[in-house]
Design a protein around this ligand. Structure first.
Ligand code: ARG
Length: 468
């Protein structure tokens, strides 16, 4: 209506007054969703090509739109695009700029679509790319750990339970435990990716569109595996984002545990590893300090990713079908989870190859902790002593040795025989650290040969195709 003060925003037709300034700021998402610009443009280009193929745009119109969008992409990449809050979000910023650049034909782009299917598509394209980048970082880190495990296949350290020295293990074996966790993290992401990779476009606002669209064609252009079957579901659910954030939380939990070990191991009390100076910082007051900042930060950042997961779950739980503005709140937690996990993996993939291993400290800790006591008990069992009795006998021997301040294998044979007459001089082979680890010689065990074989298998699994 001419002369109406109205509202000049893209959707302003039915409004009789301008948006309250604060509400405009409050409802705008462009401050954070501009991160989606590349996906938004890629999605729009495919949509325009589909419209042309199905007769809703002429070839010339399609070319003008696609050319305009690609020019906008370049502007944004060069930092020459002015994002405008009044235009609310990334979608309307780009669309408005398109029309400014190429004229009225730009207004035809939004035929047969809505921001609801548009944003859901953008988020899926974004997440798919993030999953691929994160997967690559997981693989880089896992490879670094496998390399180290192979080098340290016979390095002996104490294995712990309750953080008390338990039994000797090889350091390579310990590292391969982390590789297993990373492989599962990668598997979870690959599985999640299947459900991310379905296309909402065509759902339009909620019910579909009355135009003769070809969804399969758009999906093919965008590399989606299939289209979302139900339009109401397509525009509204964000379970794929929740699934990703859950997988990211598990990966962060693993990285946080790994961090905890690096913090412990790099402390003077353990002294098992030395982190490279360039990954640490000092203290402004205590000159001797070298702090393991990277592991501490990774451990700390796990909390925000868990928070992102809870935020997304809570965001969805009260929403009726179909799209609600609540969903605009999906972006910051999702971006945060993806960026945080990607950065933490990157930091560790860069750091792990440069960790210095203090083999003699590990070995000394394994010796001091009576970690071969179980081997002595097993030895007695092989000599016919029931395990429970053997356990008690060895417990007494350990108490005696610790009162003397010596290791089990420093006790004289005569002394050992006072605890169990079945003990003979072949006992000392059993009490060595090497003997202990070599005896655990089965798949999943800590024997050096098993560690080398397991590292080889892990490498093969890591490079297996179709892991995506
Ligand atoms: N910025 C919005 C979001 O992130 C885009 C979709 C808006 N749709 C709507 N009907 N208001 O969810």
């Amino acid at each position: 209506m001419t002369g109406d003060p109205g509202n000049d925003r893209l959707w302003g037709g039915r409004f009789s007054e301008a948006t309250n300034r604060f509400v405009e700021e409050f409802t705008a998402s462009v401050g954070f969703d501009q991160r989606l610009y590349a996906c938004d443009i890629t999605g729009s280009v495919a949509h325009a090509r589909m419209l042309a193929r199905c007769g809703m745009l002429t070839g010339a119109e399609c070319d003008a739109i696609v050319g305009g969008l690609e020019d906008i992409r370049i502007d944004i990449e060069r930092g020459e695009f002015a994002w405008i809050d009044e235009l609310e979000d990334v979608h309307m910023n780009i669309e408005a700029r398109l029309t400014e650049r190429i004229g009225a034909v730009g207004k035809k782009l939004h035929t047969a679509r809505s921001r609801n299917d548009q944003v859901a598509t953008d988020v899926r394209l974004y997440l798919r790319a993030e999953i691929d980048a994160i997967t690559a970082e997981i693989e880089r880190l896992a490879n670094a750990l496998i390399d180290c495990a192979e080098r340290e296949a016979q390095t002996i350290m104490p294995g712990y339970t309750h953080l008390q020295p338990a039994q000797p293990v090889t350091f390579g074996h310990h590292l391969l435990a982390w590789v297993e966790m990373l492989l599962r993290d990668r598997e979870r992401l690959a599985d999640c990716r299947k459900r991310v990779n379905r296309m909402p476009l065509g759902a339009a606002a909620l019910a579909g569109t009355s135009f003769p669209i070809d969804r399969a064609y758009t999906a093919e252009l965008l590399g989606f595996e299939s289209v979302c079957e139900n339009s109401l579901d397509a525009v509204s659910d964000r379970d794929f984002a929740i699934e990703f954030t859950a997988a990211a939380s598990l990966a962060m939990m693993h990285l946080s545990r790994f961090s905890e070990e690096l913090v412990l191991w790099s402390s003077p009390q353990f002294g098992f590893v030395e982190l490279p100076d360039r990954f640490c910082t000092g203290s402004s007051i205590m000159p001797q300090k070298k702090n393991p900042d990277v592991p501490e930060l990774v451990r700390g950042k796990s909390g925000r990713v868990f928070g992102d997961l809870v935020a997304l779950l809570t965001l969805m739980k009260g929403q009726p079908l179909a799209y609600n503005k609540d969903n605009q709140e999906d972006k910051e937690p999702l971006f945060d989870a993806a960026v945080t996990l990607g950065q933490c993996l990157r930091a560790y993939a860069d750091l792990v190859p440069h960790i210095e291993i203090r083999r003699e400290r590990m070995r000394a800790a394994a010796r001091d902790g009576y970690t071969t006591a179980t081997d002595l008990a097993d030895y007695l069992v092989r000599k016919g002593v029931p395990f429970r009795d053997a356990h008690a006998i060895v417990g007494r021997a350990v108490r005696h040795a610790s009162e003397q301040g010596v290791d089990l294998d420093a006790l004289a044979l005569e002394t050992l025989r006072e605890f169990a007459p079945q003990i003979e001089d072949d006992v000392f082979a059993v009490l060595t650290l090497e003997g202990s680890v070599a005896a655990r010689d089965h798949v999943g065990g800590t024997a050096p040969e098993q560690v080398r074989a397991a590292a080889g298998r892990a490498r093969a699994r890591l490079s297996a195709v179709g892991a995506k």
